[in-house]
Design a protein. Sequence first.
Length: 276
Amino acid sequence: MADLTMTRLHEVMVILYGISLVFYFIDYLDKDSKAHRIAFWLLSTVWLLQTVFLVLYIVETKRFPILTLFEGIYFYAWLMITLSIVLHLTYRVMVPVFFLNVIGFIFITIHTFAPVQIERSPVGETLLSELLIIHITFAILSYVAFSLSFVFSTLYLILFRLLKKKKWTKQFGKLPSLDQTEKGMTISIVAGIPFLLVSLILGLQWAYVSINEFSLIDVKIIGSFVLLFIYGYLFYRRQKGTLQGTSYAWGHVYAFLLVLINFFLGSRLSEFHFWY
């Protein structure tokens, strides 16, 4: 029973860590103070859980947990979180904090769902299934965010056309402004990008543990990384001021078409994504 509880708590820790990454990304890109606070308290909760597990392990084994690769990965992840919290509290520098947490999240995921952990766990097969569920959940959340950006970009193009042709009537009075739709596009991908990143990290770990002959050369994996790059590039150009207005909106439309292609065609051509 104690082992089962520990397994569940580690799963909760991974989920909380992933959500904190999303909020850190939002804060990093949009300087959102509310997202900043949520991210910090979620990360602090993860750090507290990790510290408790670390102390319990030291008490149980009567030694410092660095003698095996499995133990070293956990301690390394704990150090990454500790360092990011120290930087957060002392220097308030968000760029190093965000990237330290990305590294920490990768290693805590590797530790939680490593083959040796699956073998030791009393619910090994269930643990793998739940890792897959968490991966798919984050992937779907990213698709929802990108769908929302597509809706806002379409609205932008329609509104722009109506205003240009001076066909605005009272019937369109409840529609958002051009500025609101453009901001909606940006907010949507600011949420979608970290969701997709977390999903990729979890998905790669699941594939590594579950598939005997796993290869990164897979249509769905490559397509997902391409999407991550394209949406990141759209946001980068927007922040630099080199992509605005209708060009920015069309960029979101084309990117969403690639989302659909990756979701449907990529799943069919993939060697292990069997969504029919």
